[in-house]
Design a protein around this ligand. Sequence first.
Ligand SMILES: [Zn+2]
Length: 460
Amino acid sequence: MTLHLFDTYARQERPFTPLAPPQVRLYACGPTVYNYQHIGNLRTYIFEDILRRALEYSGYAVHHVVNITDVGHLTSDADTGEDKMEAGARRTGLMAWEIAERYIADFAEKLKWLNVRPPHVWCRATDHIREQIAVIAAIEEKGYAYRTDDGLYFDTSRLSDYGHLARLDIEGLQGGQRVDLGQKRRVTDFALWKFSPAGTQRQMEWDSPWGRGFPGWHIECTAMAAKYLGPYFDIHCGGEDHIPVHHTNEIAQAQACYDTRLAEFWLHGAFLQLDGEKMSKSSGDFLRLESLVEKGYDPLAYRFFCLGARYRAKLSFGWESLAGAATALDRLRTAAHAYGAPSVPDDRYVAAFKERVEDDLNMPRVLALCWELVADDLPAAAKKATLLHFDQVMGLGLAKWTPREADIPDAIHALAQQRQQARVAKDWATADALRAKIAAAGYEIEDTPQGPHIRPRPTA
Ligand SMILES: [Zn+2]
C-alpha cells in the first residue's frame, strides 16, 4: 500500500505521490493572532503534525510552511465587520503589533507543549505586503478584479468552476442572499484590498496602487504559499471551516494568477465540539490548553484524546473523556517505561502500523494496535522498540517519559502545582518564590514541554 489521503477537492481518498519526490511541500493555514488559541484550534495543528510525521515516516522530506494572520481578517469571514487585530487592540489596550507578538509567542509555546513540530517557515502577513500587492496586481491585470468605493474586489463570475472545492451552489447563494451587497456584484465576490475608511487612521495600513489600506484576508495565503512553495505544491491543509470561503478564495486567486488550484491535495481537519457546539473564539468563552493544565492534565493527554478520533470526524470534548485519555496515556507510558531498553521493532506489528497510518492517518486503529501490543507476549525489549517506532507518528514522547518519583511528598507536589498556576498567570515573582521554597525543601523542578518534572536535589 501507499499513503492514502482524503482530498477535499476530489471528495475522495487518493494515493499520495509527491509532485517532486522525495520532497513534499506542505502549507497549513495558521492562526489569526488576535487572541489565545482554544483547544479546538489546537486539534487542527495536532492533525497537521500527524500528517507531517506520517509523510516523514514514509520517507519524504517535508517542507512545512505556516502563515500567521496579523492583519486583514475581519470579524466576519466575509468582508464586513472590524479587523480582528484592531478589535483585539481595543479590547486589550495594546497596539495591534503588540498583541500579534503576544499571541504568536503563546501559540508557539502551546505547540511545544503538544509535541507539535514547528514548521520550517513561519510567515507573517504583515511581512509580505509587497508580495500580496504583486499577486493582486497580476489578478487585476488578467481582468479578474473590479473597484468599489471601499476596495478592490475579486470577480468570481469570471471562473466557471468557482466554489468547486466546497461544491458551492452559486445560484442558490445568489438567489437566497438577503444581505445588502453594496457595490459588490455577486455574493461570492471578495475583497483583495480594502481602503482605510476616509478620515480615519488604522494602526495597520499601507500604500498600494489602489490607495491606502490593507490586504483582504485570503490573498496572504495565496501569495505566501506561492512564494515559499511555488504556484503548485503538494498539500494545503487547514480546519474544515476554511472550505467554503477562505480556501475557495485562495484557489480562485491562484486560478486567476497562476492557472493552478494551488495544491494537488486539500486536506481538512474536523472541528472539536463542546456540548454539541462548534468551539469558537468569538463566543468569548473557550477552553485553552492552560484550562486543562490548571486542572492537572498533561497537555499530551489532550494530544492522546485527539488521536482517539479520525481527523475528519467531529470530536466531542468532555472532561470525562479527557480523564479517560489521561489514564490511558499513563498506562501506555508506564508500560513503555517498564519494558526497559529497546531491541528491534517487531515486523508484523510494524506492517500493521504502516497499513493503518496509510489508511488516511487512522490513528484510532493505531491506538488499538498499541493495546494489542501491550497485551502480546513478545519480549519486553521488542515491545519497547515497537512502541517507540509507532511514536514517530503518534508523537506522545514515550522515549523521554519517566515516572514521577514516588517518594516526593504531597506538599512538594502542591507547591509545584501552585507554581505552575503562577506561571500560567505569568506571575513570575510568585513562581520564583515557590521554586525557592521547593529548593529549600530539597527538591528541584525542571520545566519540560510535558509539564514540570520534580526530583530530589542531587547532594553535592
Ligand atoms: Zn489560509
